[in-house]
Design a protein around this ligand. Structure first.
Ligand code: APR
Ligand code: PHB
Length: 389
């Protein structure tokens, strides 16, 4: 088998890349270890930056997103129960759209099958060979048989636990990492959201987030310690704790309901550089992780694959590697901007186990400044809606 680009992974990064390449006349094959249903069963965030919506429109998968997604022109922050609304659209002329990552994935998969874009599921990539030559080979196992695909390029969109990043010799890769000393306990329920805007709440009991998937489905999170276990959190305990952290005005609108899903995720920042080794390019979670506080993970996956599709198109147009050479630096510039913003949001809103009273006062002063200063609000809004791609 032979194709121009082998894409590892059918998460948002791999799927969107296959569409962007198709639009640019480049053939690709996606190899995904799991089944489509498994991929669609993963619960992830769902805040789309303006630029991500534009990219989904560009590849013609925006129809359901515009019909069912909820456009948010503001976001709310809370400090000890006091609410402050930040008018994103009034401040920077842009909005975000709340539409679950699962739905984005489904739309990309469905449109891909309609267009006949090749995607092989339950295909476990075992090895990447001759990556630093111009004839790389990808070997995968499916139904007990090992198959080789020859290609010009490999796009490593196989997430944090994939095989592409480890295929790069460690001497050629630098890793930057920060783990945060807490996690998020998330709960999904079919109840109307407590607030019409996303609400990020800092309290002395820890951080809480009120989010949503639609007007009838809510997603809530509580900061928790890393050794917390989901089964120690029956629904009633979760709702009680959420009420305490969000403050009275939001708590008055909380509607309780049975959890459809409950899980704990650790928070970390991670970047591997550069995003290229020979003919292998990293994109999305394979290259970087951000804590969910800024909702940037999916959006960074989208901007990475946009830059990569442009760089590959440049190669096939000119047969020079100039644009391929620039991919890593171009993508990383935007990655680090979002890593910084997500780190800032995380640092300002959470309680840290070793917090001194001094650092808590600094956090409060920072949030107080944000609530009072239109300049600080504009900085937040510009980052929250997404820096230009
Ligand atoms: N062979 C084939 N597929 C693989 C392999 C392998 N050896 N290893 C991993 N994969 C697949 C996974 O099964 C997964 O479906 O790669 C895919 C990677 O998808 P994601 O983890 O969703 O990563 P990405 O597409 O970069 O999306 C980033 O996901 O985690 C969130 O916050 C993140 O929203 C962001 C988005
Ligand atoms: C979510 O809805 O899952 C969500 C929203 C905003 C975030 C993180 C997660 O910052």
């Amino acid at each position: 088998m032979r194709t121009q680009v082998v894409i590892l992974g059918a998460g948002p990064a791999g799927l969107l890349l296959s569409h962007l390449l198709h639009k640019r006349g480049i053939a690709s094959v996606i190899l995904e270890r799991r089944s489509p249903d498994y991929v669609l069963g993963r619960i992830r965030a769902g805040v789309l930056e303006h630029g991500t919506v534009e990219l989904l429109d560009e590849v013609g998968v925006g129809a359901r997103l515009h019909a069912e997604g909820v456009v948010h022109s503001a976001v709310e922050f809370g400090l000890d129960g006091h609410r402050h609304r930040i008018e994103l659209e009034a401040l920077v002329g842009r909005t975000v759209t709340v539409y679950g990552q699962t739905e984005v994935t489904r739309d990309l998969m469905d449109a891909g099958s309609r267009l006949g874009l090749p995607a092989i599921y339950e295909a476990n990539v075992l090895a990447l060979e001759h990556v630093d030559s111009d004839q790389p080979v990808v070997r995968y196992a499916k139904d007990g048989t090992v198959v080789a695909i020859h290609c010009d390029f490999i796009a490593g969109c196989d997430g944090y636990h994939g095989v592409s990043r480890p295929a790069i010799p460690s001497a050629k890769l630098t890793v930057y990492e920060r783990s945060y000393p807490f996690g998020w306990l998330g709960l999904l329920a079919d109840v109307p959201p407590a607030s019409d805007a996303l609400y990020y709440a800092s309290s002395d009991r820890g951080f809480a987030l009120c989010s949503m998937r639609s007007r009838s489905r809510s997603r809530y999170y509580l900061q928790c310690s890393l050794d917390e276990r989901v089964d120690a959190w029956p629904d009633a305990r979760f709702w009680d704790e959420l009420e305490r952290r969000v403050g009275e005005t939001v708590a008055a609108h909380l509607v309780r309901g049975p959890a459809l899903e409950k899980s704990i995720a650790p928070l970390r920042s991670f970047v591997a550089e550069p995003l290229r080794f020979g003919r292998l390019f990293l994109a999305g979670d394979a290259a970087h992780i951000v804590p969910p506080t800024g909702a940037k993970g999916l959006n960074l996956a989208a901007s990475d694959v946009y830059y990569l599709s442009e760089a590959l198109a440049g190669y096939y147009r000119s047969r020079t590697e100039r644009e391929l050479d620039a991919y890593s630096e171009r993508a990383l510039r935007r990655v680090w901007a979002s890593v910084r913003f997500s780190w800032w949001m995380t640092s300002q809103l959470h309680r840290f186990p070793d917090d001194s009273e001094f650092s808590r006062r600094i956090q409060r002063a920072e949030l107080d400044y944000l609530f009072r200063s239109p300049h600080a609000q504009r900085v937040l809004a510009e980052n929250y809606v997404g820096l230009p791609i």
